[in-house]
Ligand binder design. Structure first.
Ligand code: PEP
Ligand code: MG
Length: 328
């Protein structure tokens, strides 16, 4: 079995019609698996930078962060590494920084916290930019974006950090390039601001975990409502489809980095919608490639039309799973 799995893992991520799908990794959790799969991916689609912050008992300093980021950028260069800025709050506490809120998922999370503490944000992006000197494969991604002002403010701070680092780099004769900047699409308000966002940033990444939670108003971690957390809810499908269409119209690269991108039924659906970049955990590579390699354009169009016409999450899931069974 190991042999079959590894052959599947090493196969190219292309559909039956020859469309290449970009496969990226979500990293930050298990170093070991990441080591095994790093050679099999096109880069990192989501580095959850909060993980090392959560594992410490104080904020890591700039040099400490730079070394961490350098290791990751170095390991994947010249492939791109998408580093998400600190996404704490919600279900991700920092032991040394108090969050006390009645509704943490609707509270001080991600970009909201870091824009209130530009000193934390600046140290982090300076460390990222410094770490990328000479490698040029850094992309910076902003979590929990709700409005245009947040993107503008974050971009202003990143620009400031870039100029500071560039001055130091120039003094030492080192070459430095501006990182690409992107936003997570995971708060439903962005669905109605996609065009404006596309003009402000270099790429999108869909956080389907939070997008589902916020679209359906269902806590992603509450077992009492876990039946209502429906990744195949028709509203979620429509939102995902709309994002793919607008992104493709505006020629802005879009990745899906939530768990949906690692589920076989999700992969089939996302490809059918026009997504061509997925970011997944290393252990899902074999199964995701298996699904990709069995898709044809005609079949995907058929699956998409049928899935979009169904109005119940359970019907959609059953339909997709039945289609998967036909694949073998
Ligand atoms: C998401 O929300 O889908 C996502 C990828 O980010 P996280 O799970 O870290 O919130
Ligand atoms: Mg998220």
């Amino acid at each position: 079995l190991n042999k079959i799995v590894s052959a599947e893992e090493e196969a190219e991520a292309i559909t039956q019609d020859g469309q290449a799908i970009g496969l990226y990794l979500n990293v930050g959790l298990s170093q070991e698996l990441e080591n095994q799969s790093s050679a099999l991916a096109d880069g990192v689609g989501l580095y959850r930078s909060e993980m090392p912050f959560m594992a410490r008992d104080r904020f890591p300093g700039e040099e400490e962060q730079r070394l961490l980021y350098r290791t990751l950028l170095d390991k994947y260069a010249p492939r791109p590494v998408t580093m998400r800025t600190l996404d704490v709050g919600g279900d991700k506490p920092l032991p040394y920084f108090p969050f006390q809120e009645e509704n943490p998922f609707l509270g001080w999370r991600g970009i909201r916290m870091t824009l209130d503490h530009p000193e934390i944000f600046l140290v982090q992006v300076r460390a990222m930019i410094k770490a990328s000197i000479g490698l040029h494969n850094l992309q910076i991604m902003l979590p929990m974006i709700t409005s245009i002002e947040e993107v503008k403010e974050a971009k202003r701070l990143i620009r400031q950090a870039f100029y500071e680092v560039r001055e130091e780099a120039n003094r030492e004769g080192l070459e430095i390039r501006k990182p690409k900047i992107g936003v997570m699409l995971e708060v439903p308000s962005v669905l109605w601001q996609l065009q404006e966002l596309a003009e402000l940033v270099d790429f999108f990444s869909v956080g389907s975990n939070d997008l589902t939670q916020y679209l359906l108003a269902v806590d992603r971690n509450n077992p009492r409502v876990s039946d209502l957390y429906q990744s195949y809810h028709p509203a979620v499908l429509r939102a995902l489809y709309q994002i793919a269409q607008v992104a493709n119209q505006h020629d802005i690269p879009v990745t899906v980095c939530g768990e949906l991108a690692a589920e076989p039924a999700g992969v089939m659906l996302l490809l059918a919608m026009g997504y061509s970049k997925l970011s997944i955990n290393g252990h899902a590579i074999a199964r995701v490639k298996w699904v990709i390699r069995r898709q044809t354009e005609a079949k995907m169009q058929d699956v998409l039309q049928k899935a979009l016409a169904l109005m119940e999450a359970s019907e959609i899931r059953d339909f997709l799973n039945m289609e998967l069974e036909y694949l073998g």
